[in-house]
Design a protein around this ligand. Structure first.
Ligand code: FMN
Length: 372
């Protein structure tokens, strides 16, 4: 019978679905709820040693909705990492592990470019009993002003050094969480893996501006009449996340075959998860979808993934991990393959006629654009 049980970096998860760092892992109470409801693991909200430097504003979310207003397609946040004290977090990590000794609890950590600070945060979280680390090199707003988060994740040299410090101090698996706000995500990923990280998580949010209010003429979300670019998440980012996960998976396959990949970005269904696993993911993280649908959504996710596996005859997620990676190639190769196929079928068309020649100026629809 098919099973969702997943082993990654020596950790055993009842299923590959992990709460992504953010509001759904923001304190002991909600982490406990996630374990009770059967999530495979929880990445807690990102913590740092000195929470007094973290000041959140309100409102800090803005949403892109479908035309009928019923569905949230995109979500901007200008939320910072946790503003709760590190001592409280350490107590809560301990309490979570006491209450759920088998629950896989991953501490998301972030610090400035300071070796002692990184070693201290690693040591204290480890003593509290967490099972793994995720290094947040990816928050796109607020923290880069202190050279943290995405500012570090966009500098492979700095990243490799910090990952080296962390991995020298850590005795548990370490994943590095990548920012998508970079041209080639393979570069920081390679740096983190060279720095000794066991896995890569991707993606964090995409730097964005949600919109401008046409009554007030102010950008949104508006705080005291002003705004700042934030991080974009939810369904709308899935195609970008799939592309970046695919690129990292290719890197792992060629240069770091034993390392792991945790996919994040717009995932809402078991079928979404199957697509990310087909592109090389070991585990699947969700953040905004948990805010949209609640912790009970885990049942829908598990059902959807199991139904796909049963339909295709797979016993476990590892059986189809990376299966679809083989089918990416260069555009020139697509042209060659198509020419070969057409030559075989002897279907010729005049060289002057392009694919778009039939367009009459109304809505542009090509028959082959029908994936979803
Ligand atoms: C409100 C909010 C707060 C977030 N806070 C964090 C955070 O503290 N640390 C972190 O690594 N990622 C944080 N994220 C990013 C998510 O973990 C995730 O990488 C991103 O939202 C894309 O996944 P999703 O579409 O499933 O939300 C946050 C996302 C949202 C929407």
């Amino acid at each position: 019978m098919a099973t969702l049980e997943t082993t990654v970096d020596g950790l055993t998860l009842p299923n590959p679905f992990i709460i992504g760092s953010g509001p759904p892992g923001t304190n002991r109470r909600v982490i406990a709820r996630a374990f009770k409801d059967g999530w495979g693991a929880v990445v807690a909200k990102t913590v740092s040693l000195d929470a007094s430097k973290v000041v959140n504003v309100s409102p800090r979310y803005a949403k892109l909705k479908s035309a009928d207003g019923a569905e949230v397609l995109g979500w901007e946040n200008i939320e910072l990492i946790s503003d709760r004290s590190f001592d409280i977090w350490i107590d809560e990590f301990k309490a979570c592990k006491d209450a759920f000794p088998d629950g896989v609890l991953i501490a998301s950590i972030m610090e400035e470019f300071n070796k002692d600070a990184w070693c201290e945060i690693v040591g204290r979280c480890q003593e509290a009993g967490v099972d793994a680390f995720e290094l947040n090199f990816s928050c796109p707003h607020g923290l880069p002003e202190r050279k943290m988060g995405a500012a570090m994740g966009q500098d492979p040299e700095v990243l490799e050094e910090v990952c080296g410090w962390v991995n020298a101090a850590a005795t548990i698996p370490v994943w590095a969480k990548m920012t998508p706000n970079i041209t080639h995500i393979e570069d920081p990923s390679r740096a983190a893996l060279r720095g000794g990280c066991q896995g890569i998580s991707a993606i964090n949010t995409i730097r964005c501006v949600m919109g401008v209010n046409l009554d007030t003429l102010r950008p949104e979300p508006t705080v005291e009449g002003f705004s700042t670019p934030g991080g974009y998440s939810s369904k709308a980012v899935k195609p970008i996340a799939l592309r970046m996960v695919m690129e990292i998976a290719q890197l792992l396959r060629t240069e770091f075959p034993e390392r792991s990949l945790s996919a994040i970005g717009g995932i809402e269904t078991g079928e979404d998860a199957a697509q990310f696993i087909l592109l090389g993911a070991d585990t699947i993280q969700l953040c905004t979808a948990v805010m949209k649908f609640g912790y009970g959504h885990i049942e829908t996710l598990k059902e959807g993934l199991l139904a796909f596996m049963e339909r295709k005859g797979f016993d476990r997620p590892a059986d189809f991990k990376g299966h679809s990676l083989d089918y990416f190639t260069a555009h020139s190769d697509l042209v060659r393959r198509q020419a070969e196929r057409k030559a075989k079928n002897k279907t010729k068309r005049p060289a002057s006629v392009g694919d778009d020649a039939g367009w009459d100026g109304d809505a542009f629809v090509q028959q082959s654009d029908s994936l979803t």
